[in-house]
Design a protein. Structure first.
Length: 87
């Protein structure tokens, strides 16, 4: 992985804390909208972690592929990932 592990781990740690908080909210029978808001916040943090990883991949792996004649393969990988993100 070419992304900064510290940045990725920080985002994952935040998401983990949020998910643990959401589990407590479910156990405590919290208000549905409050739970949904926290779920969306956790999703946003995971999206941020994914953005960090994907941008590093583009900056390093895709860039390096240009020099190694593997650009089409790397672009196909990124395209497939973007397609899955849109589903």
């Amino acid at each position: 992985m070419k992304a900064d592990p510290t940045k990725v781990k920080r985002q994952l740690s935040i998401a983990k804390g949020q998910i643990e908080g959401i589990q407590k909210m479910v156990d405590d029978d919290a208000y549905c909208i409050d739970i949904s808001n926290q779920l969306m916040a956790a999703i946003a943090v995971l999206k941020k972690a994914n953005e960090i990883v994907l941008l590093a991949h583009i900056k390093h792996c895709v860039h390096d592929a240009c020099c190694e004649n593997e650009l089409d393969e790397k672009l196909s990988e990124v395209g497939a990932l973007l397609h899955r993100m849109g589903e």
